[in-house]
Design a protein around this ligand. Structure first.
Ligand SMILES: *Cc1c(COP(=O)(O)O)cnc(C)c1O
Ligand SMILES: [Zn+2]
Length: 402
């Protein structure tokens, strides 16, 4: 049996197909490309029971991943993060079955490690030696560290305001790091120039087709962890939207091979009020979003003013009867504190946004009390030490705390 059942690349806009053995970035028409699998053959040959004997990392789903040979797998042990019950918060929000998929426990401290593990492994398989990418911090950190492990050269461009720790991760990994006095979209222009002039591999969000396959594994894990059933609702903090597109793709593939049945969860794209292009497009029932001017939010990972895959995010929302919702920074910071105080989880600001959205959707009656709801905490709160201000009394030696 093959290690991977990936068959070809396909354009979700014009339907063009591309060979998996060659390097491809975007389709000729400018759209991102998606990996297609021979799902019929997979269904016949791969028994779900096989998973029981496999290691608890994302490579347990290798048949549904694009890496053709196990020899090319570059791993730091990523995947199979906890799906935690949140009983106290659930009771507080009026949601009986509230779960958090906790990506804070993954290498590099954010779920970007999933995309990097699969993206770098595939790049290695295709013979890539050097790549460049723009990032809001976490993706650059993950790709730089996985690149180091793969022996690949990386150039990473991030906004000057990106979380400080992600700079250190990139620099320590030995990648070339540039800080730009601007947004990820400005960093993207610089990377595009380097790609065009020097012919390096473009690892920008959705400009290579494999990062999304890594992020897809969040959906595979949620299904497996719920005993091959699906929750009613999944909330995802949406920047480029790759995670949401990936989860949607995972569920469609699982359904096609019969590992899950029934209707797919309603997907919720959560954004910040200071950067909500998907929410605006969804409210206007549009197919694509527009560039969000002067975007700003403390939830740095979702500060993406225009996403290349916006139409795929919106499609996933329309197809699953989902919604898009924006929360304010004030709201998500207050909820970040609530999650720590009530459940002991120090979630990242982006993760806090999904809790804030769940709370609001329950109040509004869109989430019903008996439904099962999964929120994605996409990273560790400790990567963002500056978003929390603490005051504590300072004692002199010998003072009493009674
Ligand atoms: C990148 C990032 C996101 C957004 O992910 P997309 O898949 O690009 O929408 C959310 N949370 C954190 C912590 C991130 O680093
Ligand atoms: Zn196309």
């Amino acid at each position: 049996m093959p290690y991977s059942y990936a068959s070809h690349l396909k354009c979700p806009v014009c339907g063009n197909e591309y060979d998996l053995h060659e390097i491809h970035q975007l389709c000729e028409c400018g759209s991102p490309l998606l990996v297609e699998y021979d799902l019929e053959r997979l269904q016949q040959e791969v028994d779900i029971q096989l998973l029981q004997e496999r290691k608890p990392d994302l490579w347990r789903y290798h048949e549904l991943l694009p890496v053709a040979s196990e020899d090319n797998v570059v791993t730091l042990g990523e995947g199979m993060t906890p799906l935690l019950n949140m009983p106290a918060l659930g009771a507080h929000y009026g949601i009986d079955h509230l779960y958090m998929k906790d990506e804070s426990l993954i290498p590099t401290g954010s779920f970007k490690a999933r995309g990097a593990a699969v993206g770098i492994s595939r790049a290695k398989e295709l013979g890539v030696e050097e790549f460049a990418m723009p990032t809001n911090g976490n993706a650059g950190a993950a790709w730089a560290l996985y690149a180091a492990r793969a022996g690949m050269r990386a150039t990473i461009v991030m906004p000057q305001d990106a979380p400080m720790i992600t700079r250190s991760e990139v620099a320590l990994a030995g990648a070339s790091l540039y800080l730009v006095n601007g947004l990820i979209s400005d960093a993207g222009k610089m990377v595009a120039e380097k790609v065009q002039r020097q012919g390096v591999y473009d690892a920008s969000t959705l400009k290579e087709p494999y990062r999304i396959e890594g992020k897809k594994t969040m959906g595979l894990e949620i299904a497996e962890q719920l005993g091959w059933t699906m929750p009613d609702v999944i909330l995802y903090p949406t920047g480029g939207g790759v995670g949401l597109i990936g989860i949607h793709k995972a569920m469609q593939e699982l359904k096609a091979i019969g590992w899950i049945t029934g209707s797919l969860p309603r997907l919720v794209a959560v954004q910040a009020e200071g950067c909500a292009p998907i929410v605006k497009a969804w409210q206007e029932k549009k197919e694509r979003s527009e560039f969000w001017e002067e975007s700003t939010t403390v939830a740095f990972g979702i500060n993406v003013p225009k996403a290349l895959g916006d139409f795929l995010v919106l499609r996933a929302l329309y197809e699953t009867d989902g919604v898009a919702i924006a929360v304010s920074d004030q709201e998500l910071l207050q909820v970040q504190q609530e999650v720590a105080a009530m459940e002991g989880a120090f979630v990242c600001p982006e993760g806090a946004a999904t809790f804030a959205a769940a709370k609001r959707l329950a109040v509004e009656g869109w989430i019903h009390p008996g439904e099962s709801v999964v929120v994605l905490n996409t990273g560790a709160g400790i990567k963002y030490p500056d978003t929390v201000q603490t005051e504590a009394p300072i004692l002199e030696i010998g003072d009493s705390i009674l």
